[in-house]
Design a protein around this ligand. Structure first.
Ligand code: C2E
Ligand code: CA
Ligand code: CA
Ligand code: CA
Length: 275
């Protein structure tokens, strides 16, 4: 839809205008959010299902809006992508996450979500390198989570960038696995180190034989391809039991912990840096 020019009134679609207005406000607010320090990261433990140990944390972006309160990423990531703000926001997330992780015990990883838009205008490789350099975080402790939508653009440059990132020693996870169209072919051509089974398959695991069959297939696929398999959205102990029985290596979900601000993480993980 085209935006009406300044001073132009369009009476035929009042609903649209209102929506556009709200969007513009949100966009202006989002521009300010970084400067005002309203964006922050929460961390959700990635748990080794066998040992119960926390092997790392996924960084999840939070926006505390002065009037609206907590705005979920689902409500502003798309806007950030469309407006190009994702560049600055993505840099903030990477630097913050790497800086926080650098203070954790040495074997603890941090997973960061990347959106396809961050690959489009290039620069993501340099952004990652700079974040690692500035924070001193070992590349092997950083995992980048990408979704199939990036790969669907079938750009050679996305593949080249992923290979370069992988060559740095950074891990590459395929997020939301199973929800896309042709995930299997992507597994072959892209340098993934981890597969994250989407929570839609985990939610009803213990009641759905179909989900069980799919999860079982993904776990053995991961094993053959030598990729770690992680299940997201584990809420129910019955689902955890099934994942353990299948030999799924890692998991995350409310059963273990909701995403938490840095200072609320388990003490031995949050307090390593006193500087
Ligand atoms: P995602 O990458 O699939 O992240 C998992 C989402 O599931 C998170 O929602 C998390 O809070 C939620 N979750 C975790 N455990 C459970 C559970 O047991 N049950 C249920 N029902 N949900 C669970 P959140 O934090 O609202 O983030 C939503 C999406 O926003 C993420 O989905 C990701 O695609 C995007 N996102 C978040 N942070 C960033 C970021 O820094 N950069 C980019 N580009 N995208 C981000
Ligand atoms: Ca993710
Ligand atoms: Ca997901
Ligand atoms: Ca996602």
């Amino acid at each position: 839809a085209k935006a009406a020019g300044r001073g132009t009134f369009r009476h035929f679609e009042p609903g649209m205008d209102e929506q556009l207005q709200r969007r513009r406000h949100l966009e202006m607010d989002l521009r300010q959010a970084l400067v005002r320090g309203e964006l922050s990261l929460h961390y959700q433990p990635l748990v080794n299902l066998q040992s119960g140990r926390t092997s790392g944390y996924e960084a999840l972006l939070r926006w505390t809006h002065p009037e609206r309160g907590s705005v979920p990423p689902a409500d502003f990531i798309a806007l950030a992508e469309e407006t190009g703000l994702i560049g600055d926001i993505g840099r903030f997330v990477l630097e913050r996450a790497c800086a926080d992780a650098a203070a954790w015990p040495e074997d603890t990883k941090v997973a960061v979500n990347l959106s396809p838009a961050q690959f489009r205008n290039g620069g993501i490789l340099a952004t990652v390198m700079r974040a690692l350099e500035r924070t001193g975080l070992q590349p092997s402790r950083l995992e980048l989570e990408i979704t199939e939508s990036l790969l669907m653009e079938k750009s050679e440059s996305a593949l080249a960038t992923l290979r370069a990132l992988r060559a740095l020693g950074v891990g590459i996870s395929m997020d939301d696995f199973g929800t896309g169209y042709s995930s299997l072919s992507y597994l072959r051509s892209f340098p993934f180190t981890k597969i994250k089974i989407d929570k839609s398959f985990i939610r009803d695991l213990h009641t759905s034989p179909d989900s069980q069959a799919i999860v079982s297939a993904i776990v053995s696929l991961g094993r053959s391809l030598k990729m770690t398999v992680i299940a997201e959205g584990i809420e129910d102990p019955a689902d955890l039991a099934l994942l353990l029985a299948e030999g799924c290596v890692e998991g995350q979900g409310y059963l273990f912990s909701v995403p938490l601000p840095l200072d609320q993480l388990a003490p031995h993980e949050g307090d390593a840096a006193d500087a």
